[in-house]
Design a protein around this ligand. Structure first.
Ligand code: AMP
Length: 328
């Protein structure tokens, strides 16, 4: 169990009627599952809830949003049409930069803010914070909040939260996985989450383009002389020639860490904007959050991200230098 005191959340829920929930750009399963879990808690108490993110979920996660509850700003709802709400709840990030265009919406609105998160990197968002960096996923914290508040999830929400926790723990195997994580996983199964179906939805519905991109990108993996650092990249030509999209590179960086003797890895992916999204990974005792923070990014000690300027070769060169320094 986290040591968080959920009493302030109860009082915020009791004393307010309308809520807007948001999470980070390129929402992953933990972002979406946590948003849907939080929305279910609030609806249980008869509150009005809107969920809006700056960017849409990737295609492989759309199944979590089958009832289209999670809206995309300026596509499903214009900024001017957003409801004026009593409280803004940010889940699965504490970094303004990670909120994309939602940062401005939340900064310019009323002062009542809540953050529920498990990331190390953090801005002062002027919020009531429920933050536990030892939690394996934000979904784990949402489940604990629900337990405290006496809310039981239906099977659809339980599945979204299972997806949140399973993906953030690499299917319950990363060092962040605790006995409590397993307990929550079991409880979500009892509420109707089906691990094998979720694994299939999340990992076995890939496009041919994605698998081809993986072959191409991993085929030219490079390592430092001592083999402790491995890196890969995907540029616009790779995406065009395989027909893949930037999110198809997700999880490729983890393959780099399967090499014996590897201690750290990164992937640099050119985005349609020309910027380069870098995903950083390492094994203990290293800390890639500190590397990501040098580039205005952040995340966790073992898994972080940053968006840097292009071109890809320059991003790779800068990252390589920063990683080699970390490994010294
Ligand atoms: P990724 O590179 O997308 O695999 O991200 C790894 C982890 O770092 C995730 O938990 C992200 O939420 C977090 N992260 C990625 N980019 C950033 C950023 N610019 N600032 C803070 N956290 C980030």
């Amino acid at each position: 169990m986290s040591s968080l005191d959920w009493a302030p959340l109860k009082s915020i829920i009791d004393n307010n009627q309308s809520f807007l929930i948001s999470s980070h750009v390129r929402p992953d399963a933990d972002a979406l599952g946590s948003e849907l879990g939080m929305a279910a808690i609030l609806r249980h108490f008869g509150k009005q809830v809107t969920i809006v993110n700056a960017t849409a979920p990737p295609a492989n996660l759309q199944f979590l949003n089958s009832d289209q509850q999670v809206l995309k700003l300026n596509e499903d709802v214009k900024q001017a049409d957003l409801p004026a709400v009593d409280v803004y709840i940010v889940v699965d990030t504490s970094a303004w930069q990670q909120l994309g265009a939602m940062a401005e919406v939340i900064q310019s609105a009323g002062p009542k803010r809540v953050v529920i998160d498990h990331h190390v990197s953090s801005d002062n968002m002027g919020a009531t914070e429920f933050k536990d960096t030892t939690a394996a996923a934000t979904g784990e914290l949402i489940f604990e909040a629900a337990e405290y508040l006496g809310v039981e999830f239906d099977s659809v929400t339980a599945s979204a939260l299972y997806a949140a926790i399973a993906t953030d723990t690499g299917w319950f195997r990363f060092p962040s996985t605790s006995a409590n994580t397993m307990r929550i996983g079991a409880a979500l199964m009892e509420l109707g989450a089906s691990p094998h179906e979720l694994f299939n939805y999340l990992n076995e519905q890939r496009s041919l383009a994605r698998v081809r991109l993986g072959g191409r990108v991993l085929g030219r993996i490079e390592t430092s002389e001592d083999g402790r650092l491995a890196w890969i990249y995907a540029d616009a030509v790779d995406l065009k020639e395989t027909g893949a999209v930037p999110s198809d590179t997700e999880s490729l960086v983890n393959e780099c860490l399967t090499i014996a003797g590897s201690e750290a890895a990164f992937i640099a992916v050119q985005q349609p904007s020309g910027q380069v999204k870098v995903s950083l990974r390492c094994r203990p005792p290293h800390n890639v959050a500190a590397v990501a923070e040098q580039f205005n990014g952040g995340g966790h000690k073992l898994a972080s991200g940053a968006t840097v300027g292009g071109p890809v070769e320059e991003a790779v060169r800068c990252m390589k230098k920063a990683f080699l320094k970390m490994l010294e």
